[in-house]
Design a protein around this ligand. Structure first.
Ligand code: MF3
Ligand code: CO
Ligand code: CO
Length: 304
């Protein structure tokens, strides 16, 4: 299998993508320049149809940006609220309320039968923890995963919250997991590949003695919760889906202290580590731009 040549990889002196045999600069170069920054699919006919279908218009990206801002604002608000004694049901209620006030709808509620408006994953829970009467206690680490829908567009992000004084081991896991997301984001650029992202994440996790969850991946997002492409958090550089401007997807590494394997509890949602070790996760929704990456769910409070 060969990959289609991404736009930024085609030099002015290379043969044109249209197959004319002329140099690119003497053929389609000028026409392409006018459209390149917006990533208009019809103006990049050399891209595989599968890739073209993943490219969002500027109008769609603006919609996803607005939903993503609300998601980030909700995650910011939770920082002042999440302390010992709070139940995960209370977190669910706060997220429901804040989403409504922001003019959105919580995407998880009733999604494939999911019963709540947010996922709250404590300690050995990898993801999809269902809010309940469980109170947070000092030392817990909890991931809150918020997805808002605004005017039909989705924005998906999650962060870790530390409850009171947390063990040095748990704190380290959370820090390294955040760094894994950062390295994943830094690997995003037009002309790159999906595999570059997983490679960056896996390298950093394993260097620190941790493992990368295989059973869940990041995903394209836009007018649906989960779209193409899939974004594994492990892998090899230069492999997989080519990255082109206008693609929008999540990066959401789940990193375990122990083995990477998981099992799902009888509620059919809650994924926990097979060995009971701690797990952490951070998630952002990002867009591939003409020059690199835009993090759409950036925190207005922290700028990260
Ligand atoms: N927000 C999760 C993700 O990052 C998906 C949760 S699906 C739900 O993809 F049904 F559990 F809400
Ligand atoms: Co997601
Ligand atoms: Co999410």
């Amino acid at each position: 299998m060969t990959h289609p040549t991404p736009p930024s990889a085609l030099g002015r002196n290379d043969p044109c993508h249209c197959g004319s045999g002329k140099k690119y600069k003497k053929c389609h170069w000028e026409a392409d320049q006018q459209h390149q920054p917006e990533g208009s699919p019809s103006m990049m006919p050399w891209l595989a149809p599968k890739t073209q279908a993943m490219i969002k218009t500027p109008r769609q990206i603006e919609g996803i940006r607005r939903a993503s801002l609300l998601t980030a604002q909700i995650l910011d608000q939770l920082e002042d609220k999440i302390t010992q004694g709070v139940t995960t049901n209370q977190i669910d209620q706060w997220v429901t309320q804040a989403t409504k006030e922001g003019g959105g709808i919580p995407a998880p509620l009733n999604y494939k039968g999911y019963p709540k408006s947010v996922c709250t994953s404590i300690n050995e829970v990898i993801c999809h923890g269902i809010p309940s009467d469980r109170q947070l206690v000092e030392g817990d680490i909890v991931n809150v995963d918020v997805t808002s829908v605004v005017d039909g567009f989705f924005g998906d992000a999650s962060r870790m919250y530390l409850v009171g004084a947390v063990s040095p081991e748990a704190r380290k896991l959370v820090e390294v997991t955040r760094e894994c997301l950062d390295f994943g984001i830094m690997a995003v650029r037009p002309g790159g590949f999906i595999g570059d992202i997983g490679h960056a994440i896996q390298t950093h996790a394993e260097k620190n003695g941790y493992s990368v969850v295989r059973d869940f991946v990041g995903h394209g997002i836009g007018e649906n919760f989960h779209e193409e492409p899939q974004v594994p958090h492990y892998g090899q550089k230069g492999t997989g889906q080519p990255l082109v401007p206008g693609m929008v997807f999540t990066i959401e590494p789940m990193i375990n202290q122990g083995k990477w394997q998981m099992r799902v509890l009888k509620d059919n949602w809650t994924a926990v580590t097979i060995d009971g070790s701690l797990s952490a996760q951070f998630e952002h929704t990002v867009a591939v731009t003409g020059t690199g990456v835009e993090v759409l769910t950036l925190s207005p409070r922290h700028g990260r």
